[in-house]
Design a protein around this ligand. Structure first.
Ligand code: AMP
Ligand code: ZN
Length: 430
């Protein structure tokens, strides 16, 4: 067995022993943060009673709202001066969430990511091109550090600019890429248009993830480039990428249980579900120093795949993420809550009551269109004024959600008005 580290092939018993030790350390650390000190006190948690994974159900959940309420630093176990990096979710208003990392956190994250890549055959001799956005999004630096840790020549290409991406791929004989699925398909089209025949590229492996995609999409990506593509799962709250990753079997993603303690719970009741049943993934960090998270509700829907993986690793496998237990939209790798859009719209006086976010796929790329009702008194015949309103809305939205949306202005009461919960999002991408 070709292991990146010994934990990779630990037996179940070894994993559980390690989890026990790390969970106790994590609890003690967490209790030093103002947020958890308060939460444990309120819930009457006796630290000494939490000895291992079996006791975890007695602990309260941590939610995205908790992260928001602890903004910017109430979940830290140590002073900010001990932190060396932060990443934040998209959004410029109160809805942002921040994750801090100590030097050790960055280090163990890089190791986890390197382990994932090593598992699918990436080695120091490979040249790696990261086509995901850098910046606050963890898919940039997170995977970058993993590739460097492995010793790959690493190209921080960032997102977009297909011509340049292809030139880099050819000039440096790139063998491994990280790319989000819709962009992989789009780039595939540009590749063919520009006449990049298979002999000009040396691609072998793609890491794909950051948003839900089907097995069919993966197959298409593999066909378009003549490569193997592996599903990569992570979320900023759990460092970023490197949480769970497919092995060469391409049948489920091993979640690294020496670093993460996973549970699948009923999204309604919060009660643990038996293996094989679909529910919400809940994760407790086991290695994080600066900002441990206890029983974090990811909102991602998946299940544990029953049975052992032929690869020999005993870290359990997660099925493809089937969707989300909330209304978060992921478009172009950016997370958006309909409420963020609403906040912007409702701050513009001309905007009426109703709006509808329409997600469309053009070719392989996702587009966002927002249909906005305009109050009667403002819905004038003057095209110039309407155009002006349109671009004002568009730029305000871009500031908030970092995505350029097309804005359709419509008359008051022309959008469907439902009796119950309003439908805010129409996803035509499926
Ligand atoms: P972020 O924190 O911005 O990196 O976004 C994390 C979210 O992206 C996760 O909670 C998932 O909803 C989604 N995501 C990440 N990787 C995958 C994947 N491989 N398949 C499906 N969804 C994913
Ligand atoms: Zn496996």
């Amino acid at each position: 067995m070709n292991a990146y580290c010994q934990e990779e092939f630990f037996s179940r018993a070894e994993l559980i022993r390690l989890q026990e030790v790390r969970l106790r350390t994590t609890m003690a650390r967490a209790a030093r943060s103002p947020f958890y000190a308060e939460q444990f006190a309120r819930a009457g948690v006796d630290l000494a009673s939490i000895q291992g994974p079996q006791d975890i159900v007695r602990l309260p959940f941590t939610t995205k709202d908790d992260l928001r309420s602890a903004y910017p630093s109430r979940m830290l176990t140590r002073p900010v001066s001990d932190m060396v990096r932060l990443h934040a979710s998209s959004g410029t208003t109160g809805s942002a969430t921040v994750i801090y990392y100590t030097r050790n956190d960055i280090d163990s994250w890089a190791d986890l990511m390197a382990r994932c890549m090593h598992m699918v055959g990436v080695r120091a001799e490979d040249t790696f091109q990261n086509m995901s956005g850098y910046g606050l999004f963890t898919g940039g630096l997170g995977i970058h550090y993993g590739a460097e840790r492995l010793g790959c020549l690493t190209i921080p290409a960032g997102a977009g600019n297909s011509k340049r991406q292809l030139k880099l791929l050819e000039d440096f004989q790139v063998s491994v890429i990280h790319i989000i699925p819709p962009y992989a398909l789009h780039l595939g089209t540009v590749k063919d248009e520009l006449g990049y025949t298979p002999d000009r590229l040396k691609l072998r492996v793609a890491l794909i993830g950051a948003e839900p995609h089907t097995a069919a999409i993966r197959q298409r990506i593999e066909d378009v480039y003549g490569i193997k593509a592996y599903n990569s799962y992570g979320l900023s709250e759990m460092n970023g990428p490197g949480v769970a990753f497919e092995c060469l079997e391409q049948n489920g993603m091993h979640i690294w249980e020496d670093a993460y303690l996973p549970e699948i719970v009923d999204p309604e009741t919060g009660r643990p579900l038996p293996d094989g049943e679909i529910g919400e993934l809940v994760i407790t960090t086991l290695c994080r120093e600066g900002m441990p998270l206890i029983r974090y509700r990811t909102k991602d829907l998946t299940r544990f795949l029953p049975g052992d993986c032929p690869c020999g690793r005993k870290h359990r496998r997660l099925d493809r993420i089937m969707g989300r237990a909330d209304d978060m939209i992921i478009i172009k790798g950016v997370n958006i809550y309909p409420m963020q859009v609403e906040q912007v719209l409702m701050s513009i006086p001309e905007v009426g009551q109703n709006y509808l976010i329409v997600l469309e796929r053009e070719g392989y790329l996702d587009q966002m269109r927002v249909k906005v009702e305009v109050k009667e008194e403002f819905f004038v015949e003057d095209m110039r004024e309407l155009k002006n309103l349109q671009s004002r809305i568009s730029s305000r939205l871009r500031d908030e959600i970092l995505i350029t949306a097309r804005i359709d202005l419509v008359e008051q009461n022309s959008l469907p008005n439902s009796e119950g919960k309003a439908q805010r999002v129409l996803d035509l991408r499926k």
